[in-house]
Design a binder for this molecule. Structure first.
Ligand code: 9YT
Length: 145
């Protein structure tokens, strides 16, 4: 049995920090469960462009409020405690937090942890050949602001 506590992984290699979020990777591929599990905090007032092209992800909100907007349809769903969304179609989306959003996330296949070294390529700002450069630049500026 694996027993792991959030306080024991804070500020370790399993606590990955980016500009708009921090993700505490409670389970990774090396744990042998067939999925990974994360406690992710999306910072208040931010938006993050996410497109997991190689993973399916389930996200369950336990604290905070925000929204998820599908790209390109613009369909938007409010996120509050008790809301689950599942990216069952590798859905490209914007994730927005009004207050700090605390999300429990699971990935299939599990994240290995090496994604840490290439977080932009894996998680954000994936090249989008269908878009023109001005749109991509505007979104990049938004994410980085
Ligand atoms: C909300 C969300 O997509 N969280 C994913 C986990 C996080 N990006 C990580 O652990 O790298």
């Amino acid at each position: 049995m694996i027993v792991r506590r959030l306080k024991d992984i804070l500020d370790t290699s399993r606590d990955v920090k980016a500009k708009t979020w921090a993700s505490r990777r409670l389970l990774l591929r090396e744990d042998g469960m067939g999925f990974s599990m994360h406690h992710t905090v999306i910072y208040a007032g931010t938006q993050t462009h996410i497109w997991y092209q190689h993973h399916l992800e389930g996200v369950y909100c336990v604290e905070g409020v925000g929204s998820v907007e599908l790209i390109p349809s613009g369909e938007t769903f409010r996120i509050e405690p008790g809301t689950l969304y599942a990216l069952n179609k590798h859905d490209e989306h914007w994730l927005r937090a009004e207050t700090d959003l605390h999300l429990i996330c699971t990935f299939n296949p599990p994240l290995a942890g090496t994604e840490t070294h290439d977080e932009n390529g894996v998680y954000q700002l994936v090249p989008e050949p269908a878009r023109d450069e001005a749109t991509a630049a505007a979104e990049k500026a938004t994410v980085e602001s």
